[in-house]
Design a binder for this molecule. Sequence first.
Ligand SMILES: Cc1cc2nc3c(=O)[nH]c(=O)nc-3n(C[C@H](O)[C@H](O)[C@H](O)COP(=O)(O)OP(=O)(O)OC[C@H]3O[C@@H](n4cnc5c(N)ncnc54)[C@H](O)[C@@H]3O)c2cc1C
Length: 279
Amino acid sequence: MDSPHQAQQAWQHINPLLRANEPRRVVIVGAGATGVELAAELAKVSQRLGRYSQAAHLQIILIEAAQRILPAGPVRLSEQARRALIRQGVDVRVRTRIQRAEAGCLFTANGERIGSDLQFWAAGIKGDDWLTELDGLETNHLNQLKVSATLQTWQDPDIFVIGDSAECPQPDGSFVPPRAQAANQAACHLATQFKRRLKGRKLQPFVFHDGGMVIAIGHNNAVGALANNKLILKGRLIRTLYDAIFRLHQQVLFGWGRVTALILLKRLKDILNPHYKGL
Ligand SMILES: Cc1cc2nc3c(=O)[nH]c(=O)nc-3n(C[C@H](O)[C@H](O)[C@H](O)COP(=O)(O)OP(=O)(O)OC[C@H]3O[C@@H](n4cnc5c(N)ncnc54)[C@H](O)[C@@H]3O)c2cc1C
């Protein structure tokens, strides 16, 4: 899901399942941040609707190929998130690689068949195909353009790439992750590097500093890895931090005036509207 339109389309598929007269199964492939947040949110919806009708029950299966969910985060964060999901009734399956998908059915690499009423693919990002067609520039299997540590393409040092479209190596041999904070840091880095370049000075490499990770688990809960992954926290306070980060992000885009208006509007809607619409 990458746009409000796609989110609405997804909701149009979820909505009938919640109206069904018998339990329905949703399978989410990929337990990164998106898959985990989606599973937790759907579990919460199902739980809330269960107060009105036992029929509106979703069986949610979250499938991950790696050894643990949230494999990009620290082990303790994964464990906290796994426990929270299981408490919410989510069936979490790790070390399970999906090989093939058909309408109503997914097949694992071991040949297991997993029936589903709705499937979500949340197993990572891939760049647009046209990135592979830029004359002579090398891309990886995710269609990211390969760049050096200074964010310059290997083939042409006058072309810089930042954000999700770049495969940028780091000193420890890893690559810069496709995250908003990484894109933001790379943009700031490049702004200073351009000044250096104009002065004829050597460019410095971009090193990503991980400010942490906060994952929402339902409405009032979140898990977070902060202080260079030394601090693993969970609960309502971390959920407040999650919401604050979201508002700070909006502030960068829209300014405080509009963000304040959005917060007030949301409060008003929460008072006037039911939490879930269209049921
Ligand atoms: C559902 C979801 C949840 C996420 N949650 C988090 C999170 O909690 N924390 C986090 O750190 N990261 C998160 N991310 C990742 C984060 O959004 C990205 O890493 C970040 O937006 C990358 O920034 P970017 O500028 O490289 O790309 P984008 O933000 O995708 O911006 C690229 C822009 O280029 C435009 N564009 C594309 N092709 C063309 C073209 N040919 N011509 C002109 N314009 C074009 C696109 O429309 C888009 O506006 C999430 C991503 C998704 C999809």
